[in-house]
Design a protein around this ligand. Structure first.
Ligand SMILES: Cc1cc2nc3c(=O)[nH]c(=O)nc-3n(C[C@H](O)[C@H](O)[C@H](O)COP(=O)(O)O)c2cc1C
Ligand code: SF4
Length: 677
């Protein structure tokens, strides 16, 4: 540890002493079960506490009212069953030396009308938030009264359950829909003047303070500049901060910006390729004008910046939320002087995108986060050492080698190319995704530390591999670009050529996306940079359905700026050469409709085909013939399938060598399997 490391210095927040300045700010990873903080939720936060965090905030947008429909797996703390679960969670986090609070909210307009109990969404006015799309009812007096009571009841519940405090969510939700002129269009005593707009939120804060008593910590998360026309500006936000402090707020979690559209949210939870710590200096300036402690989180992913923020007095507490999802051990590693071993948050935003997409926040390269019980963060040393060959050093092979080496096995990693990284390396060639390199670099460093030999430029076939005795062989040979099965397929390029820069295409280029991920978008951007006129054509009914909304907004902005046309609902049926260029035949799935268009070049993204020659070659010599006992795999039990007594080793394949999937799936394949070997 750096001597007198400011980041590791304790902080006194009212009557609470936090052991260091690192905070996991309120966020909803959608790990709730029945709207409750059950085992999965608890395990996630207890792991952060074990990792050394000072304060972990649970319940991002935890709900106080039954008409606030969960929009992204939120906790429903209005449910009576929540209290014992909160108590257990608080006790277990405390045992690990961290403090724990929860955010409380009524989502207001930030939800859907078509989920949970289908009760109508409410807001200060009858507005519609583009991101969640509910048409909200303007709250009536009886709504205001009951929501106030709900805030009071749930705040009391949190205090009785032993939480160290609560944070009232006031940016983009119900409470602040009153104070921001952007959402409040009322003409009654709750709208218009500053005093009127503050009337309801101040009533709520005072009532909560009165109910929980003077000692319990209450914070507010609010924006100091909505950065949109007609929105809250800094001078008024400062006045709000002063007034809510007087009403009983003990700390401010400081935000810049707003969250009503995907693009707004992507600025608050900024993805890779955007500047680091974008609002830190702003936060520092605002802090000078506030009388309560300030915490702030926004892409402060590295320890040096976090330390700087504390050292320079820009913040009292530094949120490193996604950084802690990528590596919950981050604070302990700082404490122990192992900052070089921190698994970096690369800003892939699979976490935040996942709460809307896959249904939970998963970290692109930490498959244990959110799966703490099935794939524990800490890797146990195996009882018996095995000789393991891992073939292929893409994400799956790198992660497999790392986990196996941590378990104490004798691992050797073979890679046919002259570098490790596989498809990740290719993906990181897109300027927008260059930070993906961090995933490779961290593993490369870890493998060096663990002493795993890596044989580069080594193409292994079954015969050469079996010249040495192995107990286990893991085939992680990845995939190669799949080509469309259509007449004229030979005239079509793949996105790998474009991304690697081996094919420079100009003129009218059609990027055909029958995959739905980042690849086609990256290729389109690369082609635009080369001067091509690009049109993305897809058989899907939306563009890039597997690219989450926060990641997509950056692409969509650049596509618009560069005049990239998009055509949905068109499947490619054939390509042929004509004197004018390449004629493509397009159709709509399920219908006889056909149209013909002319382009100068076609680039297709169809996912990958598995590279499985080695696997096929090795099958007959293996004991399990490649079979996996899936029940045992999921139960984290060793594999015991024997289908060939004459075999001499167990054979597994992982990642895209199985089927075309994403980085996280490849990592999970590896992490899960190798914890059982
Ligand atoms: C999966 C996920 C869910 C989030 N949910 C909430 C939320 O419910 N309420 C909130 O105030 N912030 C939420 N956040 C924002 C975080 O608290 C934090 O401000 C943001 O991640 C930026 O900080 P970081 O760069 O340290 O991650 C969420 C973030 C993530 C990644
Ligand atoms: S998915 Fe990306 S942004 Fe989210 S925690 Fe992991 S590395 Fe960070």
């Amino acid at each position: 540890m750096t001597v007198n490391d400011p980041l590791m210095s304790p902080f006194v927040l009212k009557n609470l002493t936090l052991r260091n300045r690192i905070v996991s700010t309120s966020h909803e990873p959608a790990y709730s079960e029945d709207g409750l903080p059950k085992d999965r939720y608890r395990a996630y936060h207890v792991e952060k506490a074990r990792g050394g965090v000072g304060l972990t905030m649970i319940g991002g947008s935890a709900l106080v009212s039954r008409d606030s429909a969960p929009a992204f797996g939120n906790l429903q703390l209005w449910k009576d069953e929540a209290e014992p679960l909160l108590r257990r969670l608080a006790d277990e986090v405390h045992e690990q030396g961290a403090a724990v609070m929860t955010q409380l909210t009524h989502l207001g307009h930030r939800t859907s009308n078509y989920t949970d109990n289908w009760l109508p969404a409410i807001s200060a006015s009858n507005v519609r938030e583009p991101a969640h799309r509910a048409f909200a009812k303007a709250a009536e007096q009886w709504d205001l009264d009951r929501v106030l009571r709900d805030f009071v009841d749930v705040a009391q519940r949190c205090r009785s359950a032993g939480l160290d405090g609560i944070e009232l969510m006031a940016y983009g939700h119900f409470l602040d829909s009153f104070w921001t002129p952007f959402w409040n269009h009322r003409d009654d005593e709750y709208g218009g003047s500053y005093e009127n707009r503050m009337r309801y939120p101040l009533r709520v804060i005072r009532a909560v303070r009165e109910a929980v008593g003077p000692e319990f910590v209450i914070g507010a998360r609010m924006t100091f500049d909505e950065e949109r026309e007609g929105g809250l500006e800094t001078h008024e936000a400062l006045r709000i901060a002063a007034d809510i402090t007087e009403a009983g707020i003990d700390f401010i979690s400081l935000i810049k910006g707003s969250i009503g559209t995907d693009a707004d949210l992507a600025r608050a939870i900024a993805p890779m390729s955007t500047p680091a710590s974008p609002h830190l200096e702003f936060a520092g300036r605002i802090k000078q004008k506030l009388s309560v402690p300030v915490m702030h989180a926004a892409r402060i992913s590295d320890v040096a910046t976090a330390r700087y923020a504390i050292e320079e007095g820009l913040l009292d507490l530094v949120g490193m939320t996604r950084a802690l999802m990528a590596d919950p051990e981050l604070p302990n590693k700082v404490r122990d002087g192992h900052t070089d071993r921190i698994r970096p948050c690369v800003g892939a935003n699979m976490c935040i995108d996942g709460i809307y997409g896959s249904g939970a926040a998963f970290c692109i390269h930490n498959p244990s986060t959110g799966r703490e019980r099935e794939v524990p963060q800490r890797i146990e040393v195996a009882r018996t050492t095995r000789r393991v060959a891992v073939v292929g050093a893409g994400p799956a092979g790198l992660e497999a080698s790392r986990v196996l080496a941590e378990r104490g096995h004798a691992v050797r990693l073979f890679e046919a190319a002259d570098k490790v990284g596989g498809q990740l390396l290719l993906a990181s060639m897109a300027p927008r995704r260059r930070d993906l390199r961090g995933i490779i670099d961290w593993r490369t460093d870890e493998l060096a530390r663990l002493g795993v030999p890596i044989s580069l430029n080594t193409y292994v076939d079954g015969r050469t591999l079996l010249e040495q005795p192995w107990d286990v062989v893991i085939v992680a040979t990845g995939g190669t670009p799949a080509t469309p099965r259509i007449p004229g397929a030979g005239l079509v390029h793949d996105t790998w050529d474009v991304l690697a820069g081996t094919r420079r295409l100009r003129g009218r280029v059609m990027v055909y996306d029958d995959h739905g991920g980042n690849q086609a978008l990256d290729a389109a951007e690369a082609l635009v940079r080369e001067g091509a006129t690009v049109e993305i054509v897809t058989p899907e009914r939306t563009l890039s359905p597997d690219v989450g909304s926060l990641t997509a907004s950056g692409y969509f902005h650049s596509l618009a700026e560069n005049g990239v046309a998009v055509t949905v609902l068109r499947r490619l049926h054939g390509v042929s050469k004509t004197p004018d260029g390449l004629a493509v035949e397009l159709g709509v799935d399920g219908f006889a409709f056909r149209e013909h268009r002319i382009f100068d070049a076609i680039v297709a993204e169809m996912g990958t085909d598995p590279v499985q020659e080695l696997y096929d070659e090795l099958l007959d010599s293996s004991t399990n013939l490649g079979a996996v006992d899936l029940a045992d795999l999921l139960a984290r039990k060793p594999q015991s399938v024997v289908r060939n007594e004459a075999g001499s080793f167990r054979l597994f394949r992982i990642g895209d060598a199985v089927a075309s999937r994403n980085v996280h799936a490849a990592m999970l394949d590896a992490a899960r399997l190798c914890r059982t070997i």
